[in-house]
Design a protein around this ligand. Sequence first.
Ligand code: ZN
Length: 357
Amino acid sequence: MLKHNWTWALLGVIALVVRFFAVQFPAKTEIIYSRSFFPGIRNVIDVSVSRLPFPTIYLFLLVLGFIIFRYFFKVRFKKGWKDKAFYSVRYFFNFVGAVVFFFLVLWGFNYQRVPIFQQLSLKPIPLENGQLMKELDLTHNILSQLRPHITDSDSAIQQTLDFPELEKIVRATTSENLYLMGLNFTGNPRTKQLYPSGLLRKLGILGIYFPFTGESYIDPTLHPLDKPFTIAHEMAHSYGVTNEGEANFIGWVICTNSDNPLLQYSGQLRLFRYQMKDLYKKDSTAYRTFLGQLNKGVRNDLTSIADNNRKIVPISLELSRRSNDLFLKTQGVKAGVNSYAQLTMLAYAWRKSLKGE
Ligand SMILES: [Zn+2]
């Protein structure tokens, strides 16, 4: 029986068939998976493996190592090339099947849920020049008012909270504020720093939600002002938000609704960077004029973040960009990596909806 065991390959295929139907029924997927099944997984992970004080992806890698070792160990005993080939093919398909199965069951079906901005009736439409300038002014004013609550100095903020303290605050703020967006907020997901330092950034990412272990990781070398927002972004993924633009948006709402000035500042600063990028693309002269009028402290923070970004260059930005783009597109995110940049539009739509427009 074991000789012809295709269980994992079969489970992978079944998961793909379920996915085929999930794609066609987002509202059902939302109710059955995202709001019923997935919160169960969330809670089980959060009270068990995630309590371990180290990134559990290390355990995952250990298991992966064991699976590879087991293949080489077993294939030696197969007699003749035909048996060896058959065993290898079966092992490979079972392995791929298990990956597909666990990915979809543990998190991936959330790709087929009803988009969050649709649930919130937000319509992300590109901003006209005048609207963008108003938004930039607003964000800049908020930043200028927040900054004195964090530091008295105009020089760049280089140090904030220790990571465990920061993670605790962002976790608490996340579960307190998710109701604002009508999302499921049971569970208590973790975000951990992944060592070796710089590894994630070398791969071209700041942080990642890893469905196989149910926790997210950020790079320890991120700028201290980048960390609060990035944790909040990963937390949004942990609660079943797959789209990058939506995770950015939710991270921003969470940070900006916090009582903590550092979280607010980190969230607004990220929005500000997207808005500045948009202005630069639209009108580089206006961008330069705007840059010249920035609050000194805010400008120093932006420079400090840019310096930090230059310190670690991804091995292949193009490769990581393309693979992420391809991954997102295979999951039905049509905008691919461009979905990250929707924050400007979503924040604008949110601010408008709060004003009741
Ligand atoms: Zn993300």
